[in-house]
Ligand binder design. Structure first.
Ligand code: FES
Length: 147
C-alpha cells in the first residue's frame, strides 16, 4: 500500500474544503514543476487561528496534506502555527511516499503564505516567518495580458 490509511481518509474526505469570506489572511502557493496550486484561508482573532479552509487544485497528496494542515492549525496561536512544518503534517498523516514529500512542503508554504498575508494586512511582523518562495498571491492581481 503506497499511502497510509490517514492519507487516503483525508484525500477521500478532506476536512475544511472551501473559503472564508472575511478571512484575516489568504495564501496562494504553487509548485511550478507539478503545476499544483493551494489556497489557504485563515480566520485569526485575538492571536488565535479560529478557522482555516482551503482550496487545492492538485494531486491526492496535496489534498490530504492541505486537509491535515488546516486541521492542525485550527485553535493554534500564531507562534504555534509556525511549528506546523511539512514534517509535522506528514507525521500526522503517518507518512508520505518520498516522491510526494513536496506536496507536504506546499501545504506548509500555503499556511505560511496566509500568515504572511495576515501580517502584511495588519502591519505586524511575525517572528520567524519568511515569505514563502512559492507564494503566487500577487500574480492573482496581474492582468492576463501581462503574462
Ligand atoms: Fe505536486 Fe502533489 S504532485 S503537490
Amino acid at each position: 500500500m503506497m499511502y497510509s490509511e490517514k492519507v487516503m481518509d483525508h484525500f477521500m474526505n478532506p476536512r475544511n474544503v472551501g473559503e472564508i469570506e472575511d478571512a484575516s489572511g489568504v495564501g496562494t502557493v504553487g509548485n511550478a514543476k507539478c503545476g499544483d496550486i493551494m489556497k489557504v484561508y485563515l480566520k485569526i482573532e485575538d492571536g488565535i487561528v479560529k478557522d482555516a479552509k482551503f482550496k487545492t487544485f492538485g494531486c491526492g497528496a496535496a489534498v490530504a496534506t492541505s486537509s491535515m494542515a488546516t486541521e492542525l492549525i485550527k485553535g493554534k496561536t500564531i507562534e504555534e502555527s509556525l511549528k506546523i512544518t511539512n514534517k509535522a503534517v506528514m507525521e500526522a498523516l503517518d507518512g508520505l511516499p518520498p516522491i510526494k514529500v513536496h506536496c507536504s512542503c506546499l501545504a506548509e508554504e500555503a499556511l505560511h503564505a496566509a500568515l504572511w498575508d495576515y501580517a502584511e494586512k495588519n502591519g505586524i511582523v511575525i517572528e520567524g516567518l519568511k515569505k514563502p518562495v512559492n507564494d503566487i498571491s500577487e500574480h492573482d492581481e496581474v492582468p492576463a495580458e501581462d503574462y
